[in-house]
Write a protein that binds this ligand. Structure first.
Ligand SMILES: C[S@@+](CC[C@H](N)C(=O)[O-])C[C@H]1O[C@@H](n2cnc3c(N)ncnc32)[C@H](O)[C@@H]1O
Length: 353
């Protein structure tokens, strides 16, 4: 068993959760963070499933024991955290809320602690956490693919499980609440939406994994929001260049502050830019990321520029939403290869020849 797995079990068994974690390395703290965030999601999932089981038991006039109820999950969606099986069985159904509360405290304490450490420690913590998160998302994707699609996926979802990692980047979405927007703009600025419109960590990590960007290549996020995509990419792939363009200035400021705080600014840059302006031309890049950013008119203007670039060099477009249909037409017209769908078809990836 990993030190972090042991530590998590020890912490969960302790009454006092104001633990001394100074003995842990950033990488051990990362494992501990990922496990505690997972446990929070798992306990909420178990709570929900137990409620369904109880209803079914009532209908059938039977009583399923907690061990019998919980064990099959560890053969399937909870396979990755089988080290918690014994503990969860022992703590019983009456303790679910308590375990959930303790896992939340552990997660909060780790995030607080890592923010008191050096820049290098924070960076190592983030890199290790992201790597481990990626492996969980990949397993989840595989597991979902193996499920009977016609029934729809009903199991554990890790989509928002690691959102609190934003604390380390200091991504303060509350600034969106008082957004002073230009009432005449036709752009989709998602005012007030906060974290909801940023790519989830799962989406970013699965996309980065799939594109296998070459060393020295350039990725551009068109409508970069709070910079999550660039921050994650630069941490995991410091060998690639990343530019994010974003209309809303406070989002760009927050992105750049996070980037500098982690010393990522050599290859990562966020710029304030209204991409609909005819005075601005998109620079050449190898990869363009478009997470549903634009009005139809701007989308078409941007796609025309990317098509022009694709006549000179190979480009890959990672996209969501509206652009999918338009890009399928473009791909057909220019005989590009078939698009690849990932993240439960949330994203599709088009590449030119
Ligand atoms: C859905 S968010 C995606 C943010 C980020 N790319 C991500 O995936 O986490 C789209 C962003 O595009 C920005 N946007 C919309 N129109 C824009 C324009 N004309 N120029 C630059 N950014 C724009 C919005 O302000 C918003 O922050």
């Amino acid at each position: 068993m990993k030190i972090s797995e042991n530590a998590l079990l020890e912490l969960l068994n302790e009454q006092d959760l104001t633990f001394c974690t100074s003995k842990f390395t950033p990488s051990q703290l990362a494992h501990l963070y990922v496990s505690s965030a997972l446990l929070i999601e798992v306990m909420s999932f178990i709570k929900e499933q137990l409620w369904l089981q109880d209803k079914l038991d009532q209908d059938l006039d039977i009583k399923t024991t907690y061990e019998k109820f919980i064990s099959p999950f560890f053969l399937n969606e909870l396979k990755e955290i089988v080290f918690l099986q014994e503990f969860l069985i022992k703590s019983g159904s009456g303790n679910i809320s308590n375990v959930l509360k303790n896992a939340k405290t552990i997660e909060k304490n780790i995030l607080k602690l890592i923010k008191t450490r050096s820049k290098d420690d924070m960076k190592s913590f983030l890199i290790e956490s992201l790597k481990e998160m990626k492996s969980h998302f990949l397993s989840e994707e595989k597991f979902k693919e193996a499920q009977d699609q016609s029934l729809g996926y009903q199991g554990l979802r890790l989509y928002r499980t690691f959102d609190r990692l934003d604390d380390i980047f200091n991504l303060n979405y509350s600034l969106d609440l008082n957004m002073d927007i230009d009432r005449v703009t036709k752009e989709r600025l998602y005012q007030g939406s906060g974290v909801g419109v940023q790519s989830g960590y799962s989406t970013i990590l699965l996309a980065l994994h799939r594109i296998e960007a070459e060393v020295g290549s350039t990725v551009i996020d068109l409508g970069s929001g709070y910079g999550r995509v660039g921050l994650v990419c630069s941490l995991l792939r410091p060998d690639i260049n990343f530019i994010g363009y974003e209309y809303v200035p406070h989002r760009v400021d927050i992105s750049n502050i996070a980037c500098k705080a982690l010393g990522l600014d050599e290859k990562l840059d966020f710029k304030v830019q209204d991409l609909s302006l005819k005075s601005f031309k998109i620079p050449d890049a190898d990869y363009y990321y478009l997470y549903d950013p634009f009005s139809e008119e701007t989308y078409k203007y941007i796609l025309d520029q990317i098509i022009e670039i694709s006549t000179r060099k190979k480009v890959t477009i990672v996209t969501k939403g509206n652009a999918r249909g338009w890009l399928s037409d473009i791909a057909k017209k220019y005989a590009w290869p078939k698009a690849v769908y990932i993240d439960e078809s949330n994203l599709c990836i088009f590449s030119s020849l």
